[in-house]
Design a protein around this ligand. Structure first.
Ligand code: NAI
Length: 296
């Protein structure tokens, strides 16, 4: 067992949907956790949001008061990247853009200790490519959590071309110790889940674009008959249309624009109009107090 000790600090960079969820997981597993974001004040807001979720777990009787107080005492916002010196593991959950991520990791390498593990939560970018600019790419792994991270057990542990097997073992054992179900995989486009899921979304969007059925009907069919927890339209509204489209584009580009992975025009229109899903109040469906529930 090579898991990172609970006493050591985990930093999460990118304090959005995934960063907050991952921070909550590491925190409740017993680590001190630092949250950092490029937007001033965002990390502090995110720690408050995580604290609010921990309070709700107490209210629902899923966490006792003492454990919640201890967890909250271990959580802090880091306004500067330099505040991450001393962390044992950094999990990056920033925008899905290879250049921005590579820049961040180059900066991080100069801040964290030589033995710190660097991990990316990328959904679709190449782990090998992201590690390309590092002096020590052996300690770089993919740790792909799913949304919502506190609830979904699966974590893809992705080894890039240069990943040291020991680093992958440490990452695997660490998330296993956090109560997750890690699965090892190599750095192929979309890894396992996001590659297999692409045709699922694409075919659903195509049925809609061809006026075969509306989103609520397709979602209901997959939920009721397919045994899926969510249909493709409601699921992409939860994920974020921008995030989901970026993943599709990345997988499509990686397979030399194979028609099998062609992005959807209807989804492009949603992103262009700012209808990003739940986070913007409107996606395939409207959200908010006035919004009717989707009806098949
Ligand atoms: P989000 O948009 O909710 O949050 C991203 C955060 O990163 C924002 O707060 C933004 O200010 C911050 N940020 C951007 N550039 C930064 C930089 N250079 N340094 C520090 N912070 C920076 O995005 P979300 O949905 O949390 O996704 C984050 C990552 O997780 C992406 O790589 C995405 O592909 C991946 N992912 C997303 C899933 C989802 O369902 N949304 C599921 C699994 C992975």
């Amino acid at each position: 067992m090579t898991a990172i000790e609970r006493s050591r600090t985990v930093a999460v960079v990118g304090a959005g949907t995934m960063g907050q969820g991952i921070a909550q997981v590491a925190l409740l597993a017993g680590h001190p956790v630092l949250l950092h974001d490029a937007l001033p004040g965002r990390a502090r807001e995110a720690t408050e949001a995580v604290a609010g979720r921990i309070e709700r777990l107490v209210d629902k009787g899923r966490l006792d008061r003492a454990a919640a107080d201890a967890a909250l005492g271990r959580l802090a916002a880091a306004e500067r990247l330099a505040d991450l010196a001393g962390t044992a593991l950094v999990i990056e959950a920033i925008v899905e853009d290879a250049d921005v991520k590579r820049r961040l990791f180059t900066e991080l390498e100069a801040v964290v200790p030589a033995d710190a593990l660097l991990a990316t939560n990328t959904s679709s970018l190449s782990v090998t490519e992201l590690a390309g600019a590092l002096t020590h790419p052996g300690r770089f792994v993919g740790l792909h959590f799913f949304n919502p991270a506190p609830l979904l057990p699966l974590v893809e542990v992705v080894s890039g071309f240069a990943t040291d097997p020991q680093a992958a073992d440490t990452a695997y054992d660490t998330v296993l110790g956090w109560g997750k179900t890690p699965v090892r995989c190599a750095d192929t486009p979309g890894f396992i889940v996001n590659r297999i899921a692409r045709p699922f979304y694409a075919e659903a969007f195509a049925v809609h674009e061809e006026q075969g059925a509306d989103p609520a009907t397709i979602d209901a069919v997959l939920r009721e008959c397919g045994g899926f927890r969510m249909g493709p339209f409601e699921l992409t509204d939860l994920i974020g249309q921008d995030v989901n489209e970026a993943v599709t584009r990345s997988v499509w580009e990686s397979f030399f624009r194979s028609p099998k992975f062609t992005p959807s025009l209807a989804q492009r229109r949603l992103v262009q109009s700012g209808r990003l899903g739940r986070k913007s109040g409107h996606g395939w469906y409207p959200y908010g107090p006035q919004a009717p529930a989707p009806q098949p």
